[in-house]
Design a protein around this ligand. Structure first.
Ligand SMILES: *Cc1c(COP(=O)(O)O)cnc(C)c1O
Length: 438
């Protein structure tokens, strides 16, 4: 007789996961140290100050290994500022993978620039380096590289293309704080890094973002764009932040260019300083938990880990929004949606982790086709004399197939072998019983 654990939970069997999840998924980890740091800012009435944020920036810059860092009220604004600092303006273009969160590129439109979307590589889910060069035109100012779902993008292939054409590289590190590419932290390969630190990310400090760069000119431009008190020349508001005095920005001290205000609420900066102290140790535990999960699924038909090879020197950082890669052909064509439905039934206490796909393919979204943001009587993508780089269905096949080739897996924050083994068993069980579902 077949035991009930061998029957899929979807078909009336016993679920693979029986243990309580406890706090294995809880994130961020908040202790009294975070609470005290936030309360200190509140009690001092220093929410709108700069001292805590500047201390956090200095510590963050030292941690990532770059000269300059700047805090932002969210990642979206850090990316907008990075684009503007790179010279993206009306009539220009940027290149960005279609498979990412909208904030990686959408503010290009608010700068009057168009987004030329590139496809992703089906193994890394990051921008495909082979789909970049032919997109570069005379008005291309920047390439946005996203280390997608924690996977470090192939910077060795990307940077030479950018350098050859004099195009700057913005790394969107929102999914991959602390991830290594060949032994070096992501965010340090391009010209400027920008990232989210909102509550759902692996570096989670409320609503916040960070920019980091070695390039003093880009740093000063970011300051002049959104930090009216901190411009690189002495103003009546503040002493200079740095030694750099940029002639082009001098006359504008005290009023931010374009009217942006990018100062972070210091309660978040205070939490950020505490979180940074523990980030490496906590993400090391995440890495061992996630690698344990995938090691248990090694060789299971239809399923592939989304992680770099173990001897590559590359890591997944905090494993934000972890994915698996799906090979339906190895499971007799079982659709990933059906696979995920069956996995969810095997883990009734945490079904939310397993859904097909990832983000939606941005190149098909109407914002990048028809939206007339400036009310100019034509789509913003072509309003400022840009080439028409809009792309319809069928143009970026990997991004468009994301719902067939990827699925979600649990994001463990603690390395607890017995619990992780049950979740791995849930995925294995469904893959090994694919026949029963077809
Ligand atoms: C979350 C995210 C952002 C935007 O950050 P916010 O802090 O939410 O503004 C940008 N890029 C990517 C890839 C993200 O996932």
């Amino acid at each position: 007789m077949t035991s009930t654990t061998e029957v899929l939970a979807l078909q009336g069997g016993a679920p693979a996961v029986t243990k309580e999840a406890g706090d294995i998924f809880a994130w961020p980890i908040v202790t009294t140290e975070d609470e005290e740091a936030v309360l200190e800012v509140l009690r001092r009435g220093a929410m709108s100050g700069n001292d805590v944020s500047k201390a956090f920036e200095a510590e963050f810059a030292a941690w990532i290994g770059l000269k300059h860092a700047l805090t932002y009220p969210n990642g979206t604004e850090s990316l907008r500022a990075a684009m503007w600092a790179c010279g993206v303006g009306a009539g220009d273009e940027i290149i960005c993978p279609s498979m990412t969160y909208w904030a990686s590129c959408t503010s290009a439109l608010s700068l009057g620039a168009a987004v030329n979307f590139a496809d992703i590589d089906p193994e890394t889910l990051c921008i495909d380096p082979k789909d970049i060069e032919h997109r570069i035109g005379p008005r291309t100012k920047a390439i946005v590289v996203v280390h997608y779902a924690g996977y470090p993008a192939p910077m060795d292939a990307i940077m030479p293309i950018a350098r050859k054409h004099g195009v700057l590289v913005i790394e969107d590190v929102s999914h991959a704080h602390g991830a290594l590419y060949k032994g070096r932290m992501v965010g340090t390969f391009g010209d400027i890094a920008a990232m989210s630190m909102m509550a759902g990310k692996s570096f989670a400090i409320g609503e916040a973002g960070m920019m980091a760069t070695n390039n003093g000119a880009l740093y000063e431009r970011c300051i002049s764009y959104g930090f009216y008190e901190r411009t690189g020349v002495a103003s009546r508001f503040n002493a200079p932040d740095s030694q750099i005095t940029m002639e082009e920005l001098k006359p504008f001290a005290g009023v931010p260019l374009g009217g942006f205000k990018h100062r972070l609420n210091q309660t978040c900066a205070a939490m950020g300083r505490v979180q940074l102290k523990y980030y490496d140790a906590r993400t090391a535990e995440i890495q061992s938990a996630m690698n344990r999960f995938w090691d248990l699924l090694d060789g299971v038909p239809g399923l592939r880990a989304h992680r770099p090879a173990k001897d590559s020197g590359s890591t997944m950082g905090g494993w934000y929004s972890p994915r698996g890669l799906y090979r339906a052909e190895e499971l007799g064509g079982l659709p990933v949606a059906k696979f995920c439905e069956a996995v969810r039934a095997e883990m009734p206490n945490a079904p939310y982790w397993c859904h097909p796909g990832a983000n939606f393919a941005l190149h098909l979204h109407q914002v990048f086709h028809t939206a007339d943001i400036f009310r100019m009587g034509q789509p913003t993508m072509i309003s400022f004399g840009q080439r028409d780089v809009r792309q319809g269905p069928g143009t970026l096949p990997v991004s468009e197939r994301i719902g067939e080739i990827a699925f979600g897996i649990p994001w463990f924050k603690h390395d607890r072998p017995e619990i992780i083994a049950e979740y791995a068993a849930a995925y294995r069980k469904v893959a090994e019983h694919a026949d029963a579902l077809r």
